[in-house]
Design a protein around this ligand. Structure first.
Ligand SMILES: [Zn+2]
Length: 394
């Protein structure tokens, strides 16, 4: 429900205003970068739209039949279309079976990952189905399904709601048919796009939607949200939030990362600190071992690893620029960051930063992770070596 999302008061106020005026537009685009509350906010909005027993303050009750169905994403007037793997051939029944299976998987996914990204969804499907999926998209078949639902009258409630989660993955073959229906929608049908990359939605379609923009959380909002959902103590939440740029998924990357690497000093199980230390020593044998460990991690954990490294460097850059913000890091990582900021030149720091950014980009494109890890480690080693030579020649 909307009141369960921390902060974002101005976004909530704009949604209450829409409902108060009672004149709904037929198409809304909830958008915010990955890790913002775009989907939770729409989820909350749907509660408000369907609740049968709103409180005196105009909030959803959370108890009525509609609220309970919305909470589980099983309301018969709400249809969600996420990017899916291509369904290969098979008869009509086989396709229906598969579609139903995907729908159930998405419900499970979103209940456990309300802030989920395309990457999270992809990894989730991959581990559930255990196959190589190929790219996901909202394809022609899904849009045909959507169009046939669009023409139905609402079954239980006042509206038929069609939600496309991540419309940036719409397949071009489905655009025209969708555009036509959005331009001339059946009465009592509402379209909702929930996008993390709205700039990738074709302008002809984009322009039909009323935008609802969701900003990243403030630091204190994110702390509240982490304490509530991840069940961690406020001090830890403060640390994590300080590294997450207001984005929930970034915070959970970091949390996963910490949980994955509890033993600080085992080289077979490196954390960011050990990895950077190994690069500093130029210990290739150990790096090789670490790359094998890295390969065995999930994509999420791999990204978490480099997110943390990237954040460390960003804070070091900031501290070199005079903003002393290194306090966010615990223990030995803090010491290492301080040493790094005193040792590396600004130019070298920028180079390091770029190496890490490249890794994250390549991970997103599903590059071979072990080679990527080794390759970036070698680049980091060479930057460190140069620094050492400069210091020795002084
Ligand atoms: Zn209710």
């Amino acid at each position: 429900m909307i009141q369960e999302i921390s902060g974002l008061a101005e976004v909530k106020a704009s949604l209450y205003e829409i409902l108060k005026r009672g004149r709904l537009s037929h198409a809304y685009l909830f958008h915010g970068v990955e890790g913002t509350a775009a989907l939770p906010m729409l989820w909350g909005f749907l509660h408000l739209l369907f609740c049968e027993a709103k409180t005196d303050e105009g909030l959803s009750c959370g108890q009525c039949v509609s609220c309970r169905k919305i909470a589980k994403w099983i309301h018969s007037d709400v249809h969600v279309f996420p990017p899916l793997p291509h369904i290969k051939g098979g008869g009509k029944q086989a396709i229906q079976r598969q579609t139903a299976q995907y729908a159930e998987l998405w419900r499970r996914f979103i209940r456990s990952h309300p802030y989920g990204s395309y990457e999270n969804w992809f990894s989730f499907l991959q581990s559930e189905l255990g196959t190589n999926l190929g790219a996901l998209s909202v394809g022609r078949r899904e849009i045909d399904g959507l169009l046939s639902v669009a023409s139905l009258s609402p079954y239980e409630g006042k509206y038929t709601c069609l939600v496309i989660w991540l419309p940036e993955y719409l397949h071009h073959a489905s655009l025209n048919a969708l555009l036509k229906t959005v331009e001339d929608p059946p009465s009592r049908t509402l379209f909702f796009f929930v996008s993390q990359k709205p700039e990738q939605i074709p302008p002809t379609l984009y322009s039909r939607f009323q935008p609802v923009s969701i900003r990243p959380f403030t630091r204190s909002e994110l702390v509240q949200e982490l304490v509530k959902r991840e069940n961690i103590d406020p001090t830890r939440a403060e640390e994590i939030a300080g590294l997450s740029s207001g984005r929930y998924t970034q915070a959970t990357h970091l949390l996963n990362m910490e949980e994955e690497a509890p033993q600080q000093n085992r080289s077979s199980h490196p954390n960011v600190y050990n990895w950077l230390r190994t690069c500093w020593k130029g210990d290739y044998v150990e790096l090789h071992g670490q790359s094998e460990w890295f390969q065995k991690q999930s994509l999420l954990q791999q990204q978490g690893f480099f997110f943390l490294a990237l954040h460390l460097l960003r804070e070091v850059l900031l501290s070199q620029a005079g903003a002393d913000s290194l306090f966010c890091f615990p223990g030995n990582l803090h010491v290492f960051a301080v040493n790094l900021s005193k040792t590396l030149s600004h130019t070298d720091m920028i180079k390091l930063y770029q190496v890490l950014q490249d890794v994250l980009r390549h991970l997103e494109q599903h590059a071979e992770s072990r080679l990527l890890f080794l390759d970036s480690s070698l680049k980091v080693v060479s930057i460190f070596n140069r620094t050492r030579q400069v210091h020795q020649s002084r």
